[in-house]
Design a protein around this ligand. Structure first.
Ligand code: NAD
Length: 349
């Protein structure tokens, strides 16, 4: 067998790197990864999503400066139609991240008991507002609002979550305008850790429109950060353990606390944990956050692993900032070479 596709700290890159952003991944690979020795004696690298995200955000500043030179300030609008604490927190974090980077952000709050048309009228007004480059409706919306209609109401050019069917179609076709933030963040984390996806057996656990499906789509693209052989598992998968056990790369996005443990993993697997689950306890906060992976046992088998919290979460917000800046560039006709993405890079046949 030739070189293992994923254990690639020393593997040659299959890409020709250009532009500001990819260079940052190399830097991030050097300082965002914390190594621990597992029982087998091999080094396990624990990826720090905050550090990788911060490195990318520093590169995004170049994009903001380029836009400023052209007289453009990128703008993100969030719409919240919920009383949910977690949703409010997510929206607040997004605004804070925008402010840190020099992105204008505006917020529209709609009473969850209002008629659906209040939400659709709000989105229509934002579609028409030239100061707004990106629009995000925080999910979930109340049951009396048609979620599909919400996703289709945002003009595709401002759809920075990339959930509109036009953007989904473009992603599948290998011509993404925007990539959905969480799977894109995972792809960037893998790149930062020098994980070579090409030829790897990847298992994605979860088939949601937000994470699982677009993650699988990114991994099968004939592009840098893709070229994997992908299996998608879900709630009806007959034997999850056997599928996971064959994987060089496991992306866990089921929303089931500690569904995957070390005994299920292949030795040396790369494990990315997207899951965020609350386990109630006696702590002051009343709960602890855990992922879909049982971290301690998985760390003993994995070569690379992401923690929860502090792994994928910060990358999701970073890629939202990325999409907003990209949207501003596209709408203003400003070229942003600093935003060259992995998939824009050349890959050999
Ligand atoms: P979802 O509920 O929409 O989808 C979960 C998927 O997992 C479904 O496709 C289901 O078939 C599958 N699944 C459920 N139980 C399973 C099982 N026992 N075995 C195999 N597959 C199973 O959830 P989602 O929106 O895709 O989110 C998944 C998780 O990721 C959640 O914990 C969520 O909080 C988290 N999340 C985190 C971020 C982040 O930025 N860190 C972003 C989005 C979602």
């Amino acid at each position: 067998m030739g070189m293992h596709p994923v254990c690639s700290a020393d593997a040659p890159r299959s890409s020709t790197r250009r532009g500001g952003l990819p260079a940052a991944y190399v830097a991030a690979g050097g300082r965002a990864i914390n190594c621990k020795r597992g029982v087998q004696g091999a080094m396990t690298r624990v990826l720090d999503g905050n550090a990788v995200g911060q490195t990318i955000r520093e590169d995004l500043e170049t994009g903001v400066e380029t836009l400023a030179d052209a007289g453009v300030t990128p703008g993100l609008a969030t719409v919240l139609m919920s009383d949910d604490d977690a949703s409010e927190t997510y929206v607040r974090m997004k605004h804070r991240a925008c402010a840190d980077l020099g992105i204008e952000s505006i917020h529209r709050e709609i009473d969850p008991t209002d008629a659906p048309e209040t939400l659709f009228d709000t989105v229509s007004a934002l579609n028409e507002d030239s100061a707004v480059n990106g629009i995000l409706v925080q999910m979930p919306v109340p049951d009396h609002v048609d979620k599909t209609r919400v996703l289709r109401s945002i003009t595709p050019e401002k759809d920075v979550d990339a959930f509109h069917p036009e953007n989904v179609g473009r992603l599948v076709a290998g011509d993404a305008r925007f990539k959905p933030c969480t799977p894109h963040g995972v792809q960037q984390l893998l790149a930062a850790a020098d994980v070579d996806t090409s030829g790897a057996d990847a298992v994605v656990v979860g088939r949601s429109d937000i994470v699982g499906k677009p993650m699988a789509n990114l991994l099968i693209q004939k592009a840098v950060g893709g070229n994997a052989t992908v299996t998608v598992c879900h709630s009806r998968t007959a034997d999850l353990a056997s599928k996971v056990g064959q994987a060089d790369i496991v992306i866990a996005a089921a929303g089931v606390a500690e569904l995957i443990d070390g005994s299920m993993l292949k030795e040396g697997a790369v494990v990315v944990d997207v899951g965020v689950n609350r386990i109630e306890d006696d702590s002051e906060r009343g709960y602890t956050l855990v992922g879909d992976v049982e971290f301690e046992s998985a760390r003993e088998k994995a070569s690379v692993i992401t923690p929860v919290p502090g792994g994928v979460g910060p990358m999701t917000i970073t890629m939202l900032l990325y999409n907003t800046i990209k949207a501003a560039g596209l709408q203003a006709g400003v070229d942003l070479p600093a935003l060259a993405d992995l998939a824009d890079l050349e890959v050999s046949a």
